[in-house]
Write a protein that binds this ligand. Structure first.
Ligand code: SAH
Length: 403
């Protein structure tokens, strides 16, 4: 008897193109045969119809994405493999942490060669999220690798994203290393932030907007700013630091607003400026502001993901159009709108069309004067365009009134 053959999946004829182009997902419909009875998270060899080895991947029997490639070479998938991948991801971010910034994303899933793994650093604490069967299988090795690569004292797990269900995984959260009794403190752009790593949204903070908050900070001097979907005050504090005359911030989450107030309190230099927090639904509140004849010199719209996939795009398009139309009406002549979409199901091209339609309906002459995306700690592998989820436009409303 020869050595036991490794579990494997064989692809249907003609279904190997995307893997050869190094896209890491193997959909169930592309698979002809599964050999060796692999369980959730087990490593499988992925072979083309004619038997060529294309990848080694993590098997996920419950998911439509039946396997995710760890490597496109015949590599051993073991603790040493994860130590090397994690080290490479951490090293790629060295320039992003300095005396003004103590937080950034360290591992960004597929685009860092680690499908289903996200790790964010907040000072001495790392927050990890495992959202695939393969990531789940190797979580101890990945956590050890993160600690070894960074020397961080604390690790918190926030594997409570909805997508875990698609992989047949139950949510799991908790402190894995060290001690984290509550919100942690970090610096972004020289400002102090309290981050609720245990119960906040995502891993506690929207790190992907770091560069865009900096951009808003540079543009808002002496403007009256409206920050819709403010969460814990990201763009609000950036605007205050940039010399905004006043900021009105809206969010529906009382917990987020409580931490937003705390964030203002821990930055004494920003106090004393006009800063108002409103717990409200943005769709309703924008209408009320309009009915009251309010106007703003700068508006930030950073809504949640209205369209997780392309199937939700139409309904999402209506919601994006609605808030952008109202915002363009609320903008004073010469005013700036920073408008975002983090929906994977809405492309940058579609988003621009939606905003153009909103300007039409608002009878506003406006121009794109800048474009936004996520920062360098959220890379998008060219072979994995799905990673390109965050897009934004900086719009300037014309000074003249339309005749
Ligand atoms: N700009 C923020 C991140 C925004 S995340 C930052 O820089 O940190 C989106 C926010 O929208 C969340 O805080 C969520 O609570 C809020 N939200 C979702 N739907 C809402 C609605 N209909 N009205 C008001 N806020 C809403």
């Amino acid at each position: 008897m020869g050595p036991a053959r490794a579990p494997a999946v064989a692809l249907k004829a003609g279904r190997d193109k995307s893997l050869r182009e190094r896209h890491p997902w193997i959909y169930s419909g592309a698979i002809e045969r599964v050999e060796g009875d692999p369980g959730p998270g087990d490593t499988v060899e992925v072979r083309s119809h004619d038997g060529a080895l294309l990848a080694v991947a993590a098997f996920s029997p419950a998911s439509q994405i039946r396997a995710r490639a760890w490597s496109f070479a015949p590599e051993a998938i073991d603790a040493a493999f994860f130590a090397q991948r994690v080290r490479a991801a951490v090293e790629a971010r060295t320039g992003m942490l300095d005396e003004r910034h103590t937080a950034c994303r360290l591992v960004h899933g597929e685009s860092d060669g680690l499908p289903g793994v996200v790790a964010d650093r907040y000072g001495d604490t790392i927050v990890v999220q495992f959202s695939s069967a393969g990531a789940e299988r190797w979580r101890e090795a990945i956590v050890d690798a993160l600690v070894a690569a960074t020397g961080a004292a604390n690790v918190v797990e926030r594997s409570d994203a909805e997508v875990r269900r698609l992989e047949g995984l139950a949510p799991r959260t908790g402190v894995l290393r060290g001690s984290v009794p509550g919100p942690v403190t970090m610096l972004e752009d020289g400002l102090a932030w309290r981050v609720d790593v245990l119960a906040g949204q995502k891993t506690g903070f929207y790190l992907d907007q770091r560069d865009n908050r900096h951009c808003v900070r540079a543009l808002c001097a002496d403007r009256d700013v409206l920050n819709a979907f403010c969460y814990t005050g990201g763009f609000t504090l950036a605007a205050l630091a940039g010399g905004a005359r006043s900021v009105v911030s809206i969010d529906s989450s009382a917990d987020a607003l409580a931490l937003a107030r705390e964030n203002l309190a821990v930055n004494p230099d920003l106090r004393g400026r006009s800063c108002e927090w409103r717990e409200a639904d943005v769709f309703t509140e924008l209408r009320e502001l309009r009915n009251r004849g309010a106007s703003f010199g700068m508006i930030v719209l950073d809504p949640p993901k209205f369209a997780p996939t392309a199937a939700h795009a139409e309904k999402a398009a209506r919601a994006y159009k609605d808030i952008n139309l109202l915002a363009l009406k609320l903008l004073s002549p010469g005013g700036l709108l920073a408008t975002f979409s983090c929906s994977g199901g809405v492309s940058a091209e579609l988003f621009q069309k939606i905003v153009a339609g909103a300007a039409q309906d608002a009878k506003a002459d406006a121009a794109i004067v800048g474009r936004f995306c996520a920062g360098a700690d959220h890379p998008v592998a060219l072979a994995f365009p799905e990673g390109d989820y965050l897009k934004g436009l900086l719009i300037r409303k014309a000074r003249g009134v339309r005749g």
